[in-house]
Design a protein around this ligand. Structure first.
Ligand code: BES
Ligand code: MN
Ligand code: ZN
Length: 512
């Protein structure tokens, strides 16, 4: 399916008709705000009978008698409620209201099988026309997402291919609105790419597929792709990823994308867990829900999809993306509980539970990436622990870090993109939980604090580099359902990272 075209209206709206014309209102108390003509009078009627007052989630539909109202030719007029904006409502919250509005409009478009819609942008306090356009487009594009690749089309009904054209109508400065639209579209496209990867079943999305996509991105944008295979990993002593791959018949890959702004700029290293299927290995997972473990590559998907957005926006810093990719299977040569392995750089590890495999593949990538690229800052994304869901449910991503500045920036980026993060502590008491009798460390931390002890494992491999770990186990799928977040994979992380690198400010210092 081709992606929706987002356009900005110029001039006469009466020329070409549309399937739906959308306008919206923030919540009002006594009467419809002035300045709305025929549509305003219809809204007034709806208000009088108690059907509409601009509350979030409210929506009314009209069918213009002559196919035209207020000089607009449309089959339907839809009026959406935005919700209440109060004195204390933050810009980030208003941005989120716009995304939800976009998702709601996409939902209506699907019901109406609309292909061409027009949306009049509201004028809001605290966010400008650019941000309004950005978040609305983002919500529309994210909400219009569907994954139907493996479904036979229903012979009775024509399948809805999604929105073809969205025309925005705005009174704000054109350049501002266009810039916002481009940002929103770019962010949503990348997040949808991450969802696409995650939706692919494990028999269709393997480590090699990460490599293929990495190479294709490098072909399209100004970035280089390197792919390491098992031989390279053996030569470099990447015992973690090799151990996890031992029980599999599918070869492992370490995919690296290098985007260079300028040599003298700061370098950000990203590492995403690309575990294409997590059976648990010999420490086999229970059958119920195991199918969801095809999503265990969502960290890798987010990092790779983010690089597509980077390729288009070209932010002002160097970015290295690494995806260690393999599945975790229990074939006859699988790694066994009790085995001792050695990571890149020489730290030895006792494998107590083969299901704690994510940290093993991330450790090699982190250690190698830091040694090779000397980044100023490292962020890893991983569906690392079920304990993240126990702790924060499906609403917040767990954030663990050795640097307060980076934490603040990530939390802010998360707020502005509607992907909230919550920090958990690190420290020596937790690190001690992964002390081993036979090796330098072991891969599980015993009872309690599973998300933290997993991060403590990674911490051993980042040394003095500024680092943050995002445990997206709770948010990568089953994320808080919203109009623009469907069931299934959410694409979480992509938009947070993008928000973080836009207008990147130098970060320095050492771990706190
Ligand atoms: N991929 C899982 C974590 C996971 C579980 C993510 C459920 C999302 C939903 C990870 O590899 C894993 O199995 N972690 C173990 C660690 C334990 C053995 C210490 C877990 O969380 O149970
Ligand atoms: Mn596991
Ligand atoms: Zn896993």
């Amino acid at each position: 399916m081709d992606f929706t075209q987002f356009l900005l209206a110029s001039g006469d709206l009466g020329e070409d008709g549309c399937d739906v014309f959308v306008t919206c209102f923030t919540q009002f108390e006594k009467e419809v705000p002035e300045g709305h003509r025929a549509i305003g009078r219809l809204v007034e009627q709806a208000f009088q009978v108690g059907d509409f007052s601009g509350k979030s989630g409210e929506r009314i539909l009209f069918y213009p008698e002559s196919g035209q109202v207020d000089g607009i030719r449309a089959k339907r007029i839809a009026v959406f409620g935005i919700g209440r904006i109060e004195a204390g409502t933050t810009a980030a919250e208003i941005r989120e209201m716009m995304r939800k509005l976009g998702g709601g409009i996409a939902g209506l478009a699907e019901k109406a099988k609309a292909s061409r819609i027009m949306v009049r942008l509201p004028v809001l306090d605290r966010i400008d026309g650019g941000q309004t356009a950005e978040c609305l487009v983002e919500g529309l594009a994210l909400g219009d997402y569907r994954f139907v690749k493996y479904k036979k089309p229903d012979p009775e009904e024509k399948a809805y291919p999604g929105l073809r054209e969205v025309i925005l109508v705005s009174d704000s400065a054109e350049s501002l609105v266009r810039r916002g639209m481009a940002r929103g579209e770019n962010a949503a496209k990348a997040a949808c790419l991450a969802r696409d990867m995650a939706n692919e079943p494990a028999n269709k999305w393997t480590a090699e597929d990460f490599a293929l996509l990495g190479r294709s991105l490098a072909g399209k944008y100004a970035m280089k792709c390197r792919v390491m295979d098992q031989k390279d990993m053996k030569r470099l002593g990447m015992g973690g990823i090799l151990a996890v791959n031992q029980g599999s018949s599918e070869p492992p890959r370490l995919v690296i994308l290098e985007y260079k702004a300028q040599q003298k700029k700061q370098t950000l290293l990203l590492v995403g867990k690309g575990l294409t299927f997590d059976s648990g290995g010999l420490s086999l997972k229970p059958a119920a829900g195991m199918e969801d473990m095809k999503y265990d590559m969502c960290g890798g998907a987010a990092v790779l999809a983010f690089m597509q957005a980077v390729g288009i926006e070209r932010p002002d810093l160097n970015i290295i993306a690494m995806i260690p990719a393999t599945d975790n299977m229990s074939g006859s040569s699988a790694v066994k509980p009790g085995d001792v392995i050695s990571h890149y750089g020489g730290i030895s590890s006792e494998i107590v539970n083969t299901d704690a495999e994510g940290r093993l593949i991330l450790a090699d990538a982190l250690a190698y990436g830091i040694k090779k690229y000397r980044p100023d800052c490292v962020i890893d994304l991983a569906t690392l622990t079920g304990a993240a869901i126990v702790g924060l449910g499906h609403h917040y991503t767990c954030l663990l870090s050795n640097n307060d500045t980076l934490v603040n920036r990530l939390v802010q980026a998360g707020e502005r993109s509607g992907e909230p993060l919550w920090r958990l502590p690190l420290g020596k008491d937790y690190s001690q939980q992964i002390d081993s009798r036979v090796a330098d460390i072991k891969n599980v931390g015993g009872k309690g604090a599973g998300t933290i002890t997993a991060a403590a494992y990674l911490e051993k491999f980042v040394g003095k580099t500024i680092w943050a770990h995002l445990d997206i186990a709770g948010t990568a799928w089953d994320f808080t359902e919203k109009s623009y977040i469907p069931k299934g994979p959410s694409g979480v992380g992509v938009r947070t990272l993008l928000e973080l690198v836009r207008d990147w400010q130098k970060i320095d210092g050492s771990p706190d």
